[in-house]
Design a protein around this ligand. Sequence first.
Ligand code: ZN
Ligand code: FE
Length: 260
Amino acid sequence: MGTLDVRPIPALQDNYIWLLRGLADPHAVAVVDPGVADPVMRVLSAEGLHLDAILLTHHHVDHVGGVVDLVAETGAAVFGPARERMPPVDVHGLAGGGRAPLPSLGLQFKVMAVPGHTAGHIAYFGHGAVFCGDTLFSAGCGRLFEGTATQMLASLDALADLPDPTRVFCGHEYTVANLRFAMVVEPGNSDIVDYVRRTEAQRAASLPTLPSTIGLEKRVNPFLRSRHENVRASAERHAGARLATPVEVFAEIRNWKDRF
Ligand code: ZN
Ligand code: FE
């Protein structure tokens, strides 16, 4: 089985709408988190593609704003979190442990519940890829708008448990800014220094820094490293207090980043 063909459609300020090509029919495609319809419609018509499915990770408008227009234009099937308010179209509601079958594309994804950024946030895992919306960013994670630090850490732990080579497709291009913070948390981490060099070159050339991989994120992402001694020490220094548990460490670095 070949590698899943995925490419970014940049949208809005710094969102990526991920376009997935079918293994069964190369003209059948799906998109993840279309915050706007126009850039997707342009790609479909320029390349003679038909949009068969839309996968949604959470309810924020920069991820779902294009759904109504895309469904009206294409009739695509829509999958999204059962626990969140979705656009006014037929949505196959999904929860953790569920599946998103895309038969016309020859693809199927497992659904992971990854609450924290929003209460019902889900991720789609399959074919060596995970589409994680605003839960995990490269070198960062989503803000806790609706969930707790405990929930978010559990969600990030579940993502970190995926195989190291898993390609990570996030909802936003935030990598360079996230790494500025990661460097302050872990100034002695040479993987971060290397990654800064690489991603700054990519952005200077207007290239996406994504996808990342789970293996890389475990080396550079402070939010996946709450159990590492250096991250804990740094968080304790910032808090001016002893932090007894990984959740306390995670909550402290999330707070720190919110004000960074
Ligand atoms: Zn969001
Ligand atoms: Fe977002």
